[in-house]
Design a protein around this ligand. Structure first.
Ligand SMILES: Nc1ncnc2c1ncn2[C@@H]1O[C@H](COP(=O)(O)OP(=O)(O)OP(=O)(O)O)[C@@H](O)[C@H]1O
Length: 237
């Protein structure tokens, strides 16, 4: 279970960031983080994965607190940032070997996972080329492989479909469903509301750093579409 209690992170000297985010997700949940540009989605995500600290609150994943046990917490989380930051002077394959060693995955498992994931994400011989030669979408796909290969309990993705081609998009949507069905929790930010409606069973909307919707998708859709709800909340902007 992912338990976020009263998370507040405001940037120094400003009132911007995220205030009082409280969210419980259980195994099998796929939750969309939705909000206008600058709403606070990335700030929340970076706090949840431990990229930056936060002012108040706590985050626990299966009882492991990010404050008390940051290393153990990070071991069970897979995170894809909105802009991948990778070592340009390594090949894709050596990067994956590095991630495998950090997460202490044995070689047999790495090879088994990579056989499947590299084929499904259509990597071909490019995996042996330098990351500095990769397009944005290739870097995104490499990060996805590096996350999925260590089978995290929480998969957290910041605008994961941006830059992916239609095949990779289809793969990722199916993989999110599969991993959730196998017991992972998936949380991702997006502006593509039609896909979120179909893919997610939970939804969080953030507006000006505050949570304005925290509901099941079924409940929300019984009143209006996600797009109507979004436009209603942001109408005065
Ligand atoms: N390093 C920073 N220092 C100061 N303010 C910041 C910093 N990073 C983000 N902000 C501000 O915090 C607010 C939330 O930004 P955040 O990146 O979380 O938004 P977002 O919902 O992810 O937006 P987008 O959809 O554009 O990616 C914005 O007003 C932004 O300008």
């Amino acid at each position: 279970m992912l338990s976020i209690n009263n998370l507040t992170k405001l940037y120094k000297g400003s009132e911007k960031g995220i205030k009082n985010l409280t969210l419980d997700l259980v195994k099998g949940d796929i939750c969309a983080f939705i909000g206008m540009n600058g709403a606070g989605k990335t700030t929340s995500i970076k706090s949840i994965v431990g990229i930056h600290g936060f002012d108040q609150g706590d985050i626990e994943l299966d009882g492991v607190s990010i404050k008390k046990n940051p290393q153990e917490f990070k071991q069970i989380v897979g995170y894809s940032p909105d802009t991948p930051v990778l070592y340009g002077n390594m090949t894709g394959y050596s990067y994956l070997e590095l991630i495998g060693s950090i997460y202490q995955i044995d070689n047999a498992t790495i090879n088994e996972q990579l056989n499947t994931l590299l084929k499904k994400l259509n990597f071909g011989s490019a995996i042996h080329e330098l990351i500095s030669t990769y397009s944005h979408g290739m870097k995104q796909r490499l990060v996805l492989i590096s996350i999925l290969m260590h089978n995290p309990k929480l998969i957290i993705l910041d605008e994961p479909f941006v830059g992916l081609d239609p095949n990779a998009t289809y793969f990722l949507q199916e993989e999110m469903k599969k991993r959730a069905a196998e017991g992972s929790i998936v949380l991702y930010s997006t502006h593509v509301l039609e896909v979120a409606e179909k893919l997610c069973n939970k939804v969080v909307m953030i507006h000006n750093g505050e949570v304005v919707v925290n509901d099941t998708m079924i409940n929300l859709l019984s009143e209006s579409s996600l797009s109507e709800k979004f436009r209603g909340i942001t109408a005065h902007e």
